[in-house]
Design a protein around this ligand. Structure first.
Ligand code: AMP
Ligand code: GLY
Length: 426
């Protein structure tokens, strides 16, 4: 079988690597990919951007691609699955209608409320004066969200009224996040511990992936600005077996059934970002894809054949399937380029990538490219150095040991990925 993975990040490197391990797969293409996917055995890059639907479709038809796996949300919200489906190519991911769960925060909140799924109280606004009036009567901190896609940066936690007014004004005027901010969702601030709960959905049934947690804040101690994620680990201790059942019954089942009853058959990964407090889970957001860097740790732990699972989901056969997981823990440390998250620097040569690393360590690439055969930085999050080991503490030790042998000018990472899980274990 020939597989095409769409996207260029660490998640897509992990998807391509995992797909290449399937015995049924002869070739994996990644569009556009990164240096990691270019160097991965059995995988090759195709110079087509994830937004170039026409180019991707011609390539897939030309090469007789058997399965497309879509990584990034923009392509899903843009309707890539609809287009490939209309042209007879099997494409794993939700259609445009389903991807609206991530593409519009207001749509997602209305969906949650309609199906009685626990979430923070909210109101949405397009009018500045109405929003201001509302802000005056709220408790702080308060959360302001741009309605549309903003590369994971469209959520601002406002400590007081002044900050909330500035933020809402910036969003509604288009100064922040351009058109994504023309509508805002203002919601109650929830306290607790976050976890990522990700399922594969086949329209009616779903398979629960290994639990995971990421670190969104840029700096040690979970401080500093929000990022796409500076590291992740799996399993997430906060999702014990009781919590898992609770999330299935109170969130995932009603969500999948709700999508069906709303006339939006959903196939693909469905990711609920949870806030858990005193044993109660609330949905902070839905994503219509795997998380990044959650994908890297989840796929390291997956024993089952990813390609088989995607095909089963596309056939509506997930009900009869069990997934198998390594019982070890996985932990991934994101190494970022100078200036991230405010800016990022490209073109720095990355040293030490050839290792040697322990066999349980995998270096997933994200913002990298090849120049004269050498891997160089080409984005903010550059690598996710991931280890699979007995217990979270050992995975942490081994991931950081590999991190220390990789360097480039200005490259940096957080030193405390997994701290919460390690202190729970200990
Ligand atoms: P989202 O993109 O909606 O997941 O938001 C990004 C991050 O903002 C989340 O991972 C949380 O850390 C934080 N966040 C979002 N909504 C809330 C909320 N209602 N209360 C507290 N934190 C939130
Ligand atoms: N790591 C969070 C996300 O992928 O949205």
């Amino acid at each position: 079988m020939k597989i095409l993975v769409v996207g260029s990040g660490g998640r897509e490197h992990a998807l391509a690597w995992k797909a290449s391990l399937s015995p049924a797969v002869s070739e994996v293409f990644v569009a556009p990919g990164n240096a990691g996917t270019a160097l991965e055995s059995g995988v090759s890059n195709v110079p087509l951007e994830a937004g170039d639907f026409g180019g991707l479709l011609s390539f897939a038809l030309d090469k007789s691609i058997d399965l497309v796996i879509v990584g990034p949300e923009n392509a899903l919200v843009g309707g890539i699955v609809d287009l490939f489906g209309e042209n007879g190519i099997r494409c794993f991911g939700p259609t445009r209608a389903g991807a609206m769960l991530e593409g519009s925060k207001e749509f997602s909140k209305e969906f949650l409320v309609r199906h009685n799924i626990p979430t923070a109280r909210y109101r949405s606004f397009t009018d500045l004066l109405e929003a201001r009036e509302y802000l005056r009567h709220q408790n702080y901190p308060l959360v302001v969200k741009a309605d549309g896609l903003a590369a994971g940066k469209g959520v601002v936690i406002c400590e007081n009224l002044d900050q909330a007014e500035d933020c809402v004004q910036g969003m509604l005027s288009g100064k922040l996040f351009s058109s994504a901010g023309h509508k805002v969702v203002i919601e109650e601030f929830l306290e607790g511990e976050e976890a990522s709960f990700i399922c594969m959905v086949d329209g009616g049934d779903f398979l629960v992936m290994a639990s995971s947690q990421d670190h969104k804040a840029a700096y040690n101690g979970d401080t500093g600005p929000n990022t796409g994620g500076m590291g992740a680990y799996s399993p997430a201790p906060v999702v014990d077996s009781d919590m898992r059942e609770r999330v299935i019954e109170q969130i995932m089942r009603p969500a999948v059934n709700g999508l069906r009853s709303d006339g939006i058959p959903y196939t693909g990964f469905l990711y609920a970002g949870l806030m858990i407090s005193n044993g109660v889970p609330n949905v902070l957001e839905f994503n219509c894809r795997l998380g990044d860097p959650e994908a890297q740790v989840i796929l390291m732990r997956m024993k089952s054949d990813l390609v088989e699972l995607c095909l089963a989901a596309l056939d509506g056969r997930l009900a009869g399937i069990r997934t198998e997981w390594h019982r070890e823990s996985a932990l991934g440390v994101v190494m970022a380029s100078k200036g991230y998250p405010e800016s990022s620097r490209s073109g720095d040569v990355i040293e030490g990538l050839e290792g040697p690393f322990e066999s349980n360590v995998k270096v997933f690439h994200a913002g990298t490219g090849l120049e004269d055969g050498r891997a160089v930085t080409s984005g903010g999050r550059v690598l996710c150095v991931t280890a699979l080991a007995d217990g979270i503490e050992q995975a942490q030790r081994q991931a950081y040991s590999a991190v220390r042998s990789i360097r480039w000018e200005g490259g940096w990472c957080r030193d405390d990925i997994g701290h919460r899980a390690v202190s729970r274990d200990g």
